[in-house]
Design a protein around this ligand. Structure first.
Ligand SMILES: Cc1ncc(COP(=O)(O)O)c(C=O)c1O
Length: 371
């Protein structure tokens, strides 16, 4: 497929339009546009079935799903979380009425380190919100052990994790709850969208109520809620996308293999590729660390690529803990977060999407070789 002038960090996958129209025609027949209609019910069932999940609540995006989850679990006080994430993780904690407490990340997985989480626990800690960054799993056992010891929920911001599997289970199936994103940029997209996943039917019921204004039935509204439902239009897009996602992941995998092969020969560019045993990756992103052995700094490489129309992304940079809304918090002090600070200054994600042409990828690789 012809690609536009620039090569961007991602290019959303789209199903054939005629297959979308078939789903849209059903909406036009039923006039059911939202409020858990047939499209949403079908998508929920198909996702549970294909991913092997117990309960899933579709939401209008991951951020509102995170807020609804934190409210469903009645999380107040302090929530230990990672500064190395997209701002939505901490925004959701604040919007839910709690306070993020930043702990440093592990240098290999780049995810929340159980050691620093354990050091950050206080009597005010009410939950851990960890992120499986780029779809790479956290040390789930280590974090779960801390959560169990303190009797607090472990929530995964699993925005990046669609399609990743660990020990033959979906990566969305761990912790008290996981929340995934179906944003345009993700492995599986409904344009905008997301879902809350849990094995606990009571949590599922509460989330379902909270994403529908807190309404139980026509006469009972026991909670203060949100409108975070997925519309029938977005669910229809999801139904049309689903048959193609496995193939998209395989195409991402082939491109990742080509990057990995090329990077073996390039000193100073280190792929971030923690591959714990029994992981089937979803190849959502291709992050690299630009270290001192490379002739250019990360920022110089980013600019160099940009001059050639190649738009990589410094993801995650800046750290959430360096943003104006968070930087004055005691846990945001940079000397407390050395691994996160070091990583955020060197990380760069290279373009990766299912229909990235190998010719375009070769051009990127050539530039990396001889910047
Ligand atoms: C780690 C993380 N959490 C949450 C979100 C927010 O997802 P959404 O746009 O679906 O609200 C993103 C978006 O990229 C993300 O990267």
């Amino acid at each position: 497929m012809a690609q536009p002038n620039g090569v961007y960090i991602t290019r959303p996958a789209l199903p054939p339009l005629d297959e979308v129209i078939v789903h849209l025609e059903r909406i036009w027949e039923t006039h059911k546009l939202t409020n858990n209609g047939p499209m949403a019910q079908a998508l929920e069932a198909q996702l549970c079935d294909s991913l092997g999940l117990t309960h899933l609540s579709l939401t209008s995006n991951c951020t509102l799903g995170l807020i609804a989850t934190l409210r469903a679990l009645d999380i107040r006080g302090e929530v230990i979380t990672t500064p190395f994430s997209f701002v939505a993780t901490s925004n959701a904690i604040v919007m839910a009425g709690a306070t993020p407490v930043f702990a440093d990340i592990d240098p290999i997985s780049l995810n929340l380190s159980p050691r620093t989480v354990a050091e950050s626990i206080t009597e005010c800690t009410s939950a851990i919100v960890a992120v499986h960054s780029y779809g790479h799993p956290c040390d789930i056992e280590g974090l779960q052990a801390i959560a169990d010891e303190h009797g607090i929920p472990l929530i995964f911001d699993a925005a990046h994790c669609f399609g990743a599997r660990l020990h033959d289970r979906s990566l969305l199936d761990f912790g008290t709850c996981s929340v995934v994103s179906f944003h345009a940029t993700k492995v599986f997209n409904t344009f905008e969208g997301g879902a809350v996943i849990t094995r606990d039917p009571e949590i599922k019921n509460t989330v379902d109520r909270l994403i529908n204004h807190g309404i139980d039935d026509e006469f009972n509204t026991p909670d203060i809620g949100l409108n975070a439902k997925m519309s029938e239009f977005h669910a229809a897009i999801g139904l049309a996308q689903l048959p193609y996602v496995a193939d998209d992941i395989a195409r991402r995998g082939a491109l990742v293999a080509r990057y990995l092969e090329a990077l073996k020969e390039i000193q100073g560019l280190c792929p971030v590729r923690p591959m714990p045993e029994h992981l089937v990756p979803n190849n959502y992103m291709f992050p690299i660390v630009v270290d001192a052995a490379y002739p250019l700094s990360r920022d110089e490489l980013f600019e160099r690529l940009k001059r050639e129309g190649i738009f990589a992304r410094m993801y995650f940079f800046p750290l959430i803990s360096d943003l104006p809304s968070f930087r004055d918090m005691p846990s945001a002090a940079r000397d407390m977060l050395p691994v996160a600070v070091h990583t955020a200054n060197r990380i760069l994600c290279l373009p990766l999407f299912p229909d990235l042409e190998t010719k375009a990828q070769d051009r990127i690789i050539d530039l990396l070789r001889a910047p």
